[in-house]
Every structure is written in C-alpha cells, then in structure tokens.
Ligand binder design. Structure first.
Ligand code: MSP
Length: 731
C-alpha cells in the first residue's frame, strides 16, 4: 500500500491555539482522511515545539518552571484537537494523529544528537583558490575549475556570533549589530554576541537550487517557490547560520558541549523524524514507522506549514537532511494566513478568535459546530492564499452552502422519496454518461484532480455548485407534479430524477466526508447506505461511481442535519460565547482600588449617556490632554445590525452594533431624530472601551459618537464617506 506521511508544524505552546493555528491542523486532518479514503497508508503528525527563549520567558512570566509550563500548555493543543473531533492515534485507532513534543523527550534528544553528529562528519569540498564550494563529492581531490587542491570542510564549525536575533520568531534577523526590527513580526531584534556552532548553509546553495529546479513540487504553491529561490539567489547568497546558543539553558544540550544548547529550529525540525520513531539510524528499529514512512523512497512525505515559516522548511530543513544523508520530503506546502477581518490575530489587539466557543455556540442551535467551522475554513480560503475570518462570513457560508444547499437538497429528496416512492430507493435508471444529469461537469475527476493538486478550496466549491445544480434539476422536473400524473413516462421521469439526486447525495457524503465527517455520516445513514455499502469511512473516494444506490432500499427519516441559522441571533450567540470563553480564560482580575474622596465618601458616579454628542465643551487651555490620554479612548467602526425603540424611553433606541470582533448592544439617545429602519446597515463610530451601564434597565455596552448640532443639541451620527471595514480603529 502506498505510504503518505503528513505533518503540521509543531506549535509553540506559549499560548492557547486560536482559529489560525487550528487551521493547519484542520486542513491536515481533512487531507489525511481524504488520502485514507483513497486507499493510502497514512501517518499524520502534529505536536508542540517546547524549547527556546520564547518559551523560557513565557514560563518565567507565569512564575513556573519551563518544564511544568510547557507540559501544561501542551494539553491545550491535544484537548482542542479532541474538541474539534480530530482523534489521536492509538494502535486501536491508527487513523488518529500522532503527537510529538520536543522537551522531556529522550528519544527526540537522541535524534537531534544523531543529526548533529552526522552533520559534523559531513565534509564539503572547498577550493581556497577559487574561494568556492564544489560539488558535494567526498572523493574530490582537485578543483575542476582551477586544478588546485581541495579542502574538505565539515558542515558544522565554531565561530563568534554577533548579531541581532528575534526572540519571538527564534531567528537571526541580521549579522550586524545595528538595531533592527524583525522583518516577520516587526519586533526589535536583540543583540547577541557569543561563541557558537555554525552550520555551513552557504555550501548547500547550489544543491538547493538544483533541488528546486529538478523537483518543482518540492515547494508549493509555485509563487512560494519563487520567493524561496529569490531568497537563496539574493546578492551574497545564503549565509552560514548559528545553530547553538550559549547562555540559554532551556534546550537540548549540544552533544559533548553542555555549555551550549541546540538552536531551536534544528531541534524542532527533527521532530518530523522523532515523531514517527526515529532515534538515530543506529537505534531505529527496522520495523519502525520511521523506516516505513521516511526511508521508503516511494512514500509521499508532505510538510504543511504557514507561509511565515517557509524559509526554515524549504532551505534549512533540506540542508540539515542532506548533511545527515537522509531522504528529503516530497513537498513543503505553505498555506496563507487567516486574518480576523483583515487584521492579524493578536492577543494585544484583542482580536484573537478561538474555535471552542464557535463550535459550542453553533451546537447550541442544533447545528454541527465543528463541521460548520471546518467547512467554512476550507470553502472560504482559496488554499495557499490569505483569508479573512469573520463570524458574519461563517454564518453566511453555513446558511448558503450547508443549510440551504446540501442540507435542503437532502431533506427535500428524502422527503420526496418518502412521499412518492414509498420511502424506497427507486429503480436504477440506465447510466448514460452523455446524459448531463448523471455526471454534471465530470464531478469525480475534477474533485480528485483538485485534491491531488492541494486545491482543497476548488474541490469543496465543486460539490457546493453541484448541490445547487441538482436543486435546479428537481425544480425543473417538478416531481410533485409528475406524481399526480398517470402517464408511465412521467412516473419513469419522477423515479429517474429522484434516483439521480439521491445517488448524487450518496456521492456527496463520500466526497465531503473528509471535510464534514460528522454530518456526512448522518446523511449517509439517512440515505440508508450503511446497510449495504458499509461504513462511510470505508468508501473509496478514488473509486466513486454513479449508480451505487441499491433500488428498493429503505431510506431513513429526513432529519435536518443543518438547521438554518437566524443570522442576528447566531451572531449574538457567537459573541456571547466568545466573551464568556474569554472571561473563563482570563487571569483573575486584579482587585480594583476604591478611590475615596478626601471626605471619605465614594465619588458620585459620573453620568454617561450612550450616543453622547461627541462635541464636549471646549477644555480650558490648562486642561489639554496628552496624546496618551486620547489613546485611552478606543473607537472603532461599527455596523448597525438592528435597531428598536425601548419601551417607556422615548429618546432611546436599542442598537445591535457589529464592531468586528463582536456584536455590542448600545443604547443611543437618538430616537427623536432617527427611525430604526434608517439605521440598519449604517457604519458608525463606537467608543468600545467604556464600562457597560444600564439605561432604563437596558444594558448599554459602548457609545455611538454623534455631533451635537444647534441649540437643542440635535444628534447627527458620525459616519463615513468611504466604505470602511467594521472593526477598523479610529486614531
Ligand atoms: N514552532 C514553529 C514551527 C516549528 S515546525 C518544525 C512555529 N510555531 S507557531 O506556533 O508559531 O506557528 C505554527 C503554525 O501556525 C505556523 O505554520 C503558522 O503559520 C501557523 N499560524 C499561526 N497563526 C496563523 C494564522 N492566523 N493563520 C494561519 N496560520 C497561522 O512557527
């Protein structure tokens, strides 16, 4: 059986995984399920990258030892995968993911030491006269260009390192000492000066360029390969890299030099080997998974990563493997980033989206939260490109493709089979591939081609398009009218239409199983397929055929698998759950100091009305505020989703405002000047960091900014001439 080995990056367990980090794991779970259903023997690895300065500092800040800290944080990842329905490997469940962690793992240490020893012994021919590295041939004695004698230099050597290093990304930013910011994360890089071990990366430049040329599939998508090639061929070429750290203690000790620890990327990348049983070639059993998935030259080895870590994977990793004499992966696939409404998710910006509350919020409506999230991430992200996550987009996609698309098609088809065919699969019509209703647009072939090119977005979109085409077929044939007719032709047409649509639904369950496993399984059972076709997981995607439904089989009861969501309600619930989740994960709040007046009385609460006119009385010159004071007021663009009057408060309106990260309820004193329907869809300015308060018993969480016009202070809402994304900050 062909072998397929797929890895996610191993995650830094310094923070809780968010939707962005879960994306890679979800995508890999989808691919692993797909490949298994194509009959491949699949190993899927994920894990945590636990060494390095970043982790040590995070542990210190938490007042914990690094070992305890990472061991606890590691669990956040395994428990998220569990709640996302991604099972862990066990001999009883070989279809699960394997998990590797780099600290407190003696087998991993053995692997890293073995890799380093091999690289120390690896010699690269060098011509001092031409000042260039030559072809990697240990027997080379004379330079083929000048005929001069050749030196054989080890791939690892020692040198003083002085330069700027980004602790956040664990990477060298510049070899100079001048202050510089990391070009990935933008943080200032720190100055480092110490005696280190270096890896002779520059000597691998030609071999790497040959690799990219001979095996274009090595870095995917193509535009990422072009980026890598231009990096390698930049003026001055590749430079050697320091691969040890002297002052840092939280890492794998350098073999035979306990003063130094191994550079975290050498350590982390090696986990792709140790995670499947590698212990160094001498100690790895012949029957280990490492032999099976890595040493078998026909096995397909794919590293799925985010675009930010492509250089480590496409440049360092093949060089480390070449120096160790091990086979290379087949493909490094770099996907894009998931942004939150066009912005990078970051804790400090407060716009990090976590998967668990999303799943729970949708589950609370009886919708399959996990599948909805998986589907949305795949369907709305052209694979390889960046994409923007939004709750709005999630609910919209769920409703359009799953509730109104696949779900509606399934429930109406099953209901019609019940009504017009005694609840049984009708006779199988002749399978005529020229009949466009059978294989509209060559679905299977296109689906498989898209998947094998890692075009997951296209594959999923294809099935969605087919659902709406099949829906049109039903609407065109009008089975409910055919059922009234006494003509045999009409009866045949009725049965043929329903058979074809039901058979398409059977196929859709198989094709979509990797993406929406729980829902596809439910539909499979409703269609009555399990009784004669067996388990859905045992179906072969690469062998899907039309006409596999067995005539005469009873179909199940039509139960809605994808209940339609009311958008406003769903958005409220999503925000409510996200907020509750955020509170549940917050460090306990520091006790607020009570400010006392000189007389000992508590100060009177200041009156704060939401939708305050923004124009305050001019401050006396001495009262001018600093820019820091102004920066304390957080204002964002909000979109009004709903507006309604508040009983017995003739000046107030209750608004639901989407501020990008959540939907806020805000009461605004504008009822005498604005009609509720006039406000819906309006983009306004919301002060978002005010303490919530109650107005006429209704909670108001924020303030809408308005000008106060004329003597009577008529509020005129501040809005925008240009179209601005909601959630944008005002500065
Ligand atoms: N520990 C290294 C990887 C070592 S692999 C030998 C690392 N860890 S990470 O936790 O910072 O990132 C892990 C992965 O999550 C990366 O592929 C990164 O691109 C991905 N993502 C983190 N945030 C993301 C989004 N917002 N969107 C998509 N992927 C993102 O780097």
């Amino acid at each position: 059986m062909s072998k397929f080995y797929l890895t996610t990056p191993i995650y830094y367990p310094n923070a809780r995984p968010h939707v962005g980090s879960a994306y890679t794991t979800i995508v890999c779970d989808v691919i692993a399920r797909y490949k298994r259903m194509c009959g491949l023997d699949v190993a899927f690895l994920t894990g945590t990258d636990e060494h390095g300065e970043k982790l040590r500092r995070a542990a210190e800040e938490a007042g914990r030892s690094p070992a305890d800290f990472v061991a606890e944080k590691r669990k956040l990842f395994t428990s998220l995968w569990q709640s996302l329905g991604i099972p862990q490997y066990s001999p009883e469940n070989p279809a699960g993911y394997r998990f590797v962690h780099t600290s407190q793992n003696p087998d991993h240490v053995k692997s890293v030491h073995w890799m380093i020893r091999r690289a120390r012994d690896y010699k690269i021919p060098y011509c001092p006269r031409c000042e260039s590295y030559l072809q990697h041939d240990a027997s080379l004695k004379a330079c083929p260009r000048c005929g001069g004698s050749v030196e054989h230099l080890p791939a690892i050597y020692t040198k003083r390192y002085e330069g700027r290093y980004c602790i956040f990304d664990e990477r060298y930013v510049s070899d100079g000492t001048d202050p510089v910011d990391c070009d990935i994360c933008g943080r200032p890089a720190e100055l480092i000066s110490e005696e280190n071990y270096f890896f002779r990366l520059s000597a691998f430049q030609d071999r790497l360029l040959e690799l990219y040329k001979e095996r274009p599939e090595f870095v995917q998508p193509d535009f990422r390969r072009n980026e890598v090639v231009s990096f390698v061929t930049q003026p001055g070429g590749l430079r050697d890299i320091s691969i040890s750290r002297k002052r840092l203690k939280w890492g794998i000790p350098w073999p035979d030099d306990p003063e130094q620890v191994v550079y975290v990327w050498y350590d982390a990348l090696t986990s792709y080997l140790s995670g499947i049983g590698f212990r160094g070639l001498d100690e790895t059993g012949q029957d280990s998974d490492f032999q099976k998935y890595w040493m078998d030259l026909d096995a397909e080895r794919v590293h799925m990563i985010g675009k930010d870590i492509i250089r480590f994977h496409a440049i360092y990793w093949p060089a480390f493997l070449l120096a160790a004499g091990l086979p290379l992966p087949k493909t490094i696939f770099a996907h894009g980033w998931i942004y939150y409404e066009q912005d990078k998710m970051s804790k400090s910006k407060g716009n990090v989206v976590y998967p668990e509350p999303i799943v729970d919020a949708l589950d609370s409506f009886g919708a399959p939260g996990n599948d909805a999230l998986r589907y949305y991430l795949l369907r709305d992200t052209p694979f390889g490109q960046d994409a923007s996550f939004s709750y709005d987009g999630l609910v919209q996609r769920y409703n359009s493709d799953l509730a109104n698309g696949l779900g509606n098609l399934a429930s109406r088809t099953i209901a019609m089979l019940g009504q017009f065919c005694d609840g049984e699969v009708p006779p199988r019509p002749a399978i005529d591939m020229d009949d466009p209703y059978w294989d509209i647009g060559g679905l299977y072939r296109q689906f498989q081609d898209s998947f094998s090119e890692m075009n997951l977005f296209d594959a999923v979109s294809l099935v969605a398009q087919q659902c709406s085409l099949r829906d049109k077929v039903i609407n065109g044939a009008k089975p409910w009218e055919l059922a009234k007719s006494t003509s045999t032709d009409d009866k045949v047409l009725l049965q043929r239409t329903l058979y074809q649509v039901a058979d398409f639904l059977r196929a859709a369950c198989i094709l979509l199983y990797p993406v929406i496993p729980q829902s596809a399984q439910r539909l499979w059972i409703q269609l009555g397929c399990e009784s004669y076709l067996g388990k859905l997981t045992e179906q072969r995607i690469d062998q899907v055929k039309w006409g596999q439904l067995k005539p005469g089989t009873k179909v199940g009861k039509s139960e809605p698998v994808f209940p339609r969501l009311d958008k406003a309600e769903a958005l409220l619930k999503l925000n409510e759950f996200a907020e509750a989740d955020r509170k549940g994960h917050q460090a306990p709040a520091k006790k607020e100091k009570t400010v006392e007046t000189p007389s000992g009385e508590k100060p009177a609460a200041t009156e704060q009305t939401s939708a305050q006119p923004a124009v305050a009385p001019p401050a006396p010159a001495s009262d001018k505020i600093s820019i820091e004071d102004f920066a304390k007021v957080e204002m964002r663009v909000g979109e009004i989703l709903a507006a309604e009057p508040i009983p017995k408060a003739d000046k107030l309106l209750k608004l639901q405002v989407d501020i990008g990260t959540e939907v806020r309820q805000v009461c605004a004193g504008i009822a005498q000047h604005y009609q509720p329907e006039q406000l819906v869809g309006m983009k306004v300015v919301v002060v978002t960091n005010l303490q919530p308060r109650k107005l006429r018993g209704v909670e108001s969480n924020g303030m809408i900014v308005a000008a106060s016009v004329g003597e009577e202070g008529r509020p005129v809402l501040a809005t925008f001439k240009d179209d601005v994304p909601k959630g944008s900050k005002l500065r």
